[in-house]
Each structure stands twice: as C-alpha cells, then as structure tokens.
Write a protein that binds this ligand. Structure first.
Ligand code: FAD
Length: 398
C-alpha cells in the first residue's frame, strides 16, 4: 500500500498550511470560514451558488484539508444538524426557493436547526410517530410532542416529520416540514442529561404554524425524504476518538502509577496498544475507501459503512473514556456531574474524563441505539436471518 501523497496533493497540503498560518487564529470565525470557502477548503461538495465552494470530488484533498485544519485547531465547516442534514436534504429533495433561502445562512451559522423526529412513543420505531399537521389555507398547523430534540432551546428552526394523512399506512402520510421555532405555538423544555448538560429538550407544538412553502418534498412523502437524511446523520455521529486517544497518551505520560509514569505500566500499555490497533484499523479502512472513491469505485454500501463506522466509533469511545477514568483516578470521580462548562473535546481538563465517559453513553444511542444498528448490519450487510425478536420494521429516528 502506497501511503505517500502525489505531487499535486503534496502541493495542496503546503498551500493549506500556508493559508492557515496566514489566517488562523482569528477573532472573526465567520469571516475566516468565508475566506476558507472562497479558496475552496470548506463545504467543498456544496454548490457555489448556495454558498459552498463547489470543488471537484477529491476525497484525498478532503482528507488533507481536514487533517491540516484539525492540527491547527482551526474551525472547519459547522458540524451539526444544519449543514450535515438539512443542507443535503434541501439539495436532494427541496426546491430552488428553499435552497436559496436556507442553505447559505445555514452554512455560515446564521440559521441553526434542530431535528424533530423522536416522540415519547416513537424512537427506534419512528414510523409510529403521532404529531400531526393539518393544512389551513397556505399554512400547516402543527400539533404534537417531540422529545430528545438536541439543541431545540437554541435553534432558529426545526425540521421534522409530521403525520398529515392519518388514514394512510404508517410509512406513508408523513410529511417533512421546516418550522420556525420562535412562535407562540412552540414551547421548549430542556432535559438535563447525566453529564449535567441540557443537550436535548422536549418540544410541545400547539397550533404551531409554518408556511406551505416550508414543506420539503411531496405531501405524504416525508419518510423517503428522511431516509436520505439519515445517511448523512450517521456519518456525522462519528466520535472524536483520535483526539481522545491523544489526550489519553498525554494523561498516561503525566499520571504517576507505582512511582513511574502510567505509560510504563504493562497493563496500561496493553490497553493502549489494543485501542491504538482498533483506531489504526478504522483509519486504514477509511484510507482504503478514499482510494477506491478516488479511483472511481465508490463503496456501494456507503450507508451501511456509515452505520458500522458509528457503532465502532461509539464502542471505542466507551473503551477509551473508561480507561481515561481509570487513569485519572479518584480525583476525577464523578467530578463533572452538574458541571456544564466541561468541554467534551478537552478530556484532560478537570472533570473532562468523567464528562466524556458519561457522554459516550448517550451519544451511542443518538442516531440509533446500538442493538438496532447491529441488527441492521447483520440483516442488511451480512444477510443474516431477521432478528426473531423484531416484530416489525424498525428504523432509528436519529
Ligand atoms: C444524545 C441524544 C441525542 C438525540 N437527539 C435527537 C434529536 O436531535 N432529534 C430526535 O428526533 N431524536 C433524538 N434522539 C433520540 C434518539 O433518536 C432515540 O433515543 C433513539 O432512536 C432510540 O429511541 P428511544 O429512545 O425511543 O428508545 P426505544 O426505541 O424505546 O429503545 C429502547 C431500547 O429497546 C431497543 N429496541 C427497540 N426496538 C427494538 C427492536 N425492534 N429490536 C431490537 N431492539 C429494540 C433499543 O435498541 C433500546 O435499547 C437523541 C437521543 C440521544 C441519546
């Protein structure tokens, strides 16, 4: 396997590094992003007319840019429901007016989004959702109850699924709507998670309104629209495992164990090697799929690969943070409880390992619970017989 860059890509790496040296750090993140888009480094696969940088498909270049930005800790494209889910959906299923109205402000962070799928009785079995929308002139009137809605308390808009034809079969009669959050018919109640943060909310919709112009795709065709979107979300759910591993090495080098740095302990070394082996396997598997895409043979099972990637990343994140807690020791125990200021990206700050450990449990469920994902991999990927315990089609909501 040849892992060296060719001349073109080596030159690109130098250019990206020079750009970062000249422009980052900066106090104006929005202006930095705009510049990075203009030179073709961010939102590369989104059309220029809607605010992307519209570069030819080049997964190797994507990787070089992402690595250089990560190393410089420079802001990349915004990660979140908007750019990663709404924008691809509007490109695939929206109309021109919706694309013009929403895409560029979403990419630059001027409009933020939350996802209204899950309901108290509809999670893994999302098609049983009951929140409904009825047409009143040229407006949809929406009533219902969404739950686990990440960032609903800070979002400008919700995208979600609502039942519009109750007499149709479950997967039909659902419509995909965009709803402004700032209106009297919407009440948001934050839910505190075990990390102490309020990362998600309940959303009560009582005669909330949205224009018919905010319906994406056909009336009753929302299920199909949402299936395309889930591919994007699963890809988004990967964890910052490499970053966590580097924090772990730092901890193991600085923490004392039996009078020596923990990294010299045979048991700790064995755990670190096992985790590093898993991370390298994931990394080289990614390189292989990048190479295949670059050669014009993209993975036909990309959606399934996203499920595998998410499941693997969440399993690794759990192992890593468990080891982090063990190494950090008693000082660290449950320190993050109630401390919403802990930045999950900075594991070695006080309370960081506890916060990360607790977070890995909830983030493993967001995007689809692990056993549902194992069933998807087993049944659709490996062709195993259908899970006997699965009574009906089960499709995770996020
Ligand atoms: C951090 C986080 C963020 C989230 N953000 C959002 C969001 O922004 N928007 C949104 O709409 N939702 C969001 N969710 C909700 C998430 O999509 C659901 O929690 C998830 O789909 C599981 O649904 P549920 O919680 O209703 O659990 P259930 O579906 O009730 O599942 C409970 C358990 O039963 C198992 N189970 C259920 N059905 C089957 C089956 N057929 N076969 C085998 N096992 C089964 C599940 O695997 C799970 O272990 C978020 C969740 C979390 C944890």
């Amino acid at each position: 396997m040849d892992l060296e860059f060719g001349e073109h890509h080596a030159r690109l790496r130098d250019e990206v590094e020079a750009f970062l040296t000249a422009n980052w750090p900066s106090d104006d993140v929005r202006a930095f992003r705009r510049k990075a888009i203009d030179v073709g480094y961010l939102y590369r696969h989104f059309p220029a007319v809607y605010g992307g940088s519209e570069q030819p498909a080049d997964p190797m270049a994507d990787d070089i840019i992402e690595s250089a930005f990560t190393a410089a800790r420079a802001p990349q494209g915004i990660i979140g429901q908007g750019p990663d889910m709404v924008v691809p959906t509007l490109l695939m299923s929206g109309n021109d007016a919706q694309r013009e109205r929403f895409i560029e402000p979403t990419l630059l962070g001027d409009i933020s989004w939350c996802q209204g799928y899950s309901e108290p009785t509809a999670g893994s079995d999302l098609a049983s959702l009951r929140s409904k929308a009825e047409l009143d002139g040229d407006e949809w009137v929406v009533n219902g109850h969404k739950i686990w809605t990440s960032d609903a308390d800070t979002s400008d808009w919700m995208f979600g699924l609502f039942r519009t034809e109750p007499d149709q079969p479950r997967h039909h009669g659902i419509t995909f709507l965009l709803i402004p959050m700032d209106q009297p018919g919407i009440e948001v109640t934050p839910i505190q998670s075990m990390t102490g943060e309020t990362e998600f909310c309940e959303v009560f919709l009582t005669d909330a309104r949205t224009s018919i112009d905010c319906q994406v795709g056909e009336r009753g065709g929302g299920w199909g629209v949402s299936r395309n979107l889930l591919v994007h979300e699963r890809n988004l759910m990967g964890f910052r495992t490499q970053q966590l591993f580097e924090s772990m090495l730092e901890l193991a080098r600085t923490r004392q164990m039996n009078g020596a740095p923990a990294i010299e302990d045979a048991g700790v070394r064995r755990s670190l090697i096992e985790i590093e082996g898993e991370l390298l396997a994931a990394k080289y598997s990614r390189y292989r799929s990048l190479t295949n895409s670059a050669r014009g043979n993209p993975d036909p099972n990309a959606a399934l690969a996203g499920v595998v990637k998410k499941l693997h990343a969440s399993t690794m994140a759990k192992k890593l943070t468990q080891l982090g807690l063990d190494l950090a020791g008693a000082d660290e125990g449950l320190r993050a409880q109630g401390d919403a200021s802990v930045d999950l990206g900075r594991a070695n700050e006080p309370g960081g390992w506890t916060a990360n450990y607790l977070f890995t449990h909830s983030s493993a469920i967001g995007g689809g619970a692990p056993n549902i994902q194992r069933n998807i991999i087993g049944e659709r990927g490996l062709g195993l017989p259908r899970d006997l315990r699965t009574p009906k089609e089960s499709t995770p909501s996020t």
